[in-house]
Design a protein around this ligand. Structure first.
Ligand code: GAR
Length: 204
C-alpha cells in the first residue's frame, strides 16, 4: 500500500494533544503529505481540542458516557465518514476500539505507544518500564488491530534510562521521541509502498 496526494487524517485524543501538535506542525511544514481534517475526543475537557481549534482544525467531543462501546463508535464513524477521513491517528486516545471500528478503517489506523512494544502495553507504560528496571525505553508507532497495543509495528525510537531518571523525567524524554516518531511514521506510510507480511509491516 502507499498513499498519493494529500491524505485526509483525523486525530482521536483524550488529553493534552502534544502528539496532535507534532503531526499538525509536520503537515503544515509539508513533511507529512496530509491534512488533519477533524479532531475527535471522548473527553470534553481534553486540552487537545483547544490545540486543534487554535490551528483552525475542526474539533468535536463525542462523549462515551451512557453509550455502549459500539454505539459510541458508530457516532465516531459517522463523524469520520462525514469528514471523508481516510486515516485515523490515535494520539493519547485512552479507549480500546472494538472490531466494529477496526474493521471499518484497518489498516489505516495508527497509534503511538510510550514503550518499546511488545513490552509494557496498556496504561502507564513509562512507569511500568521504569519499575521493571529497563536500561533502554522508547516509543512505538503501530497500526491498530483489535488487541491492546498489538498491531503491526511501523517504527520505534529508543531512549536510554539513566540512574537518576524518574518515571516523570523518562516520560518527558520518551514524549520528545514520540513527536519525532509519529510524523516520521506517517510520512513513510503515506509516501512509500508497504505491505503486511503476517504481522510484519514491510516497506518495499
Ligand atoms: C503519549 O505519551 C502517548 O504515547 C500516550 O498518551 C500520551 C498522550 O500525550 N498513549 C498511550 O499511553 C496509549 N496507550 P499527548 O496527548 O500529549 O499526545
Amino acid at each position: 500500500m502507499s498513499g498519493a496526494g494529500t491524505a485526509r487524517l483525523a486525530v482521536l485524543l483524550s488529553g493534552r494533544g502534544s502528539n496532535l501538535v507534532a503531526i499538525a506542525d509536520a503537515c503544515r511544514r509539508g513533511e507529512v503529505p496530509a491534512e488533519i481534517v477533524l479532531v475527535l475526543s471522548n473527553k470534553a475537557d481534553a486540552a487537545g481540542l483547544e490545540r486543534a481549534r487554535e490551528r483552525g482544525i475542526p474539533a468535536r467531543v463525542v462523549p462515551a458516557k451512557g453509550l455502549s462501546r459500539e454505539e459510541h463508535e458508530r457516532q465516531l464513524i459517522a463523524a469520520l465518514e462525514k469528514a471523508q477521513v481516510e486515516w485515523v491517528c490515535l494520539a493519547g486516545y485512552m479507549r480500546l476500539l472494538t472490531p466494529l471500528f477496526i474493521e471499518r478503517f484497518f489498516p489505516r489506523i495508527v497509534n503511538v505507544h510510550p514503550a518499546l512494544l511488545p513490552s509494557f502495553p496498556g496504561v502507564e507504560a513509562q512507569r511500568q518500564a521504569w519499575e521493571y528496571g529497563v536500561k533502554v525505553a522508547g516509543c512505538t508507532v503501530h497500526l491498530v488491530d483489535a488487541g491492546c497495543d498489538t498491531g503491526p509495528i511501523v517504527l520505534q525510537r529508543t531512549v536510554e534510562v539513566g540512574e537518576d531518571d524518574t518515571p516523570e523525567t523518562l516520560s518527558a524524554r520518551i514524549l520528545e521521541q514520540e513527536h519525532i516518531a509519529y510524523p516520521t511514521a506517517l510520512r513513510r506510510l503515506l509516501t512509500r509502498p508497504w505491505r503486511l507480511d503476517g504481522r510484519r509491516l514491510v516497506f518495499e
